[in-house]
Design a protein around this ligand. Sequence first.
Ligand code: PRP
Ligand code: MN
Ligand code: MG
Length: 181
Amino acid sequence: MHPDIERVLLGREEIQERVKMLGETISADYRGKELLAVGVLKGSVVFLADLLRVLTVPVELDFIAVSSYGASSTTTGVVRILKDLDRSVTGKEVLLVEDIVDTGLTLKYLTDHLYQQEPAGLKVCALLDKPSRRRVPVTIDYLGFSIPDEFVVGYGLDYAGRYRNLPDICVLRREIYEARE
Ligand code: PRP
Ligand code: MN
Ligand code: MG
């Protein structure tokens, strides 16, 4: 195990099983439709890559990049668009894909932004939810796991840009983020 990791919270097999179930549910719900999956860079990319491959409906892909955390482990509350979608989502069945919903500020900002373009439908799929941290109410239509308030990294999730490549979702050792803040 990586020396900066305290323990594995969700192992790779457990994640894959859950992703497969989510993919099956989403595919059933969108039967006969075409989906536009919108990945929120950068955290969602690993989850999105796995989710896409278990979907059985036609899928288009786009990305939006936002950041609120910067190099800090807690949100600043200000969401910035770093890269907008390549094309408008008007008239599309949009599935917004996130790695984690924490305060909800990112998701709230993004759903407001996308609704302005009048999609045919807009649903949210998030692998992780930390409900105890919520500051604004948001709806997650497809959720992987609800987790306690611990600082997790891996499977796309970072701390200060690192650890996204870890295959499991892991609790970061407290010393690692406390030393920097
Ligand atoms: C993280 C995470 C979500 C968001 C959740 O992204 O990937 O997008 O924060 O936090 P919130 O619910 O409190 O808004 P981050 O800003 O760290 O960017 P990244 O995806 O590039 O790591
Ligand atoms: Mn993110
Ligand atoms: Mg991040």
